[in-house]
Design a protein. Structure first.
Length: 213
């Protein structure tokens, strides 16, 4: 009895190459990781990446249930999700800029003043869930690599493993870089520039989301 692999090896290899490029390309998720690391530190980077990874798995589940057909049937719904996500990220950026405008409070230690949203996990989940890049990925990038002659479930599981794995590596790298930068910015007077930089990164992420709507 001949064993049939869950995925076509050549297609999977090609997908890994494409995914590696997409993972390292700066986008809303990677920019959020930098801002999150700068504002909250190393532990929050990992938590935020877990939130974004969960959102990615939500998209893979949607793909298994027929995301392409849903996008075609209800395009406005997905557009509203993206717009809402852009506004949420812009709100986080506005909070950071407001912290920069207020400046450091006398008597407080010189450390990042930004708190962002409710939690790193929630913020990360929302950023990735509303990222139009995810919709584009699952409706345009992923389908050509699927082999309709094989069961889709195992294929999507292996593609999800590769996608989440590469994303976690690169987003953690970006975020830990941001956290390392934050540790160096402890001298008085750097607080405003620090918060302004975080706010700028988040607003840039919001713009990138908005441009892809």
């Amino acid at each position: 009895m001949t064993y049939v692999l869950p995925v076509d090896p050549e297609r999977y290899a090609a997908f890994l190459g494409v995914m590696a490029v997409l993972a390292v390309t700066p986008g809303p998720a990677n920019l959020f990781s930098i801002a999150n690391g700068m504002a909250r530190g190393k532990r929050a980077v990992v938590v935020g990446v877990l939130g974004m990874s969960l959102a990615t798995l939500v998209w893979f589940t949607a793909a298994a249930l027929g995301l392409g057909a849903l996008v075609l049937a209800f395009p406005e719904a997905f557009r509203l999700i993206a717009v809402g996500g852009a506004l949420y990220v812009a709100w986080l950026g506005g909070k950071a800029l407001w912290a920069a405008v207020r400046g450091a409070v006398p008597g407080r230690p010189e450390r990042p003043s930004l708190t962002l949203g409710r939690s790193a996990f929630f913020d990360g989940f929302m950023v990735q869930l509303a990222n139009p890049k995810a919709v584009l990925f699952f409706t345009a990038v992923l389908p050509p690599f699927l082999d309709l002659g094989r069961p889709l479930g195992p294929q999507l599981a292996l593609f999800a493993l590769a996608t989440v794995g590469m994303d976690m590596i690169t987003m953690n790298a970006y975020g830990l870089g941001g956290a390392a930068l934050a540790r160096r910015m402890t001298a008085p007077g750097f607080r405003r520039g620090f918060d302004a930089a975080v706010g700028g990164l988040l607003l840039l992420a919001a713009v990138l989301i908005g441009l892809r709507v």
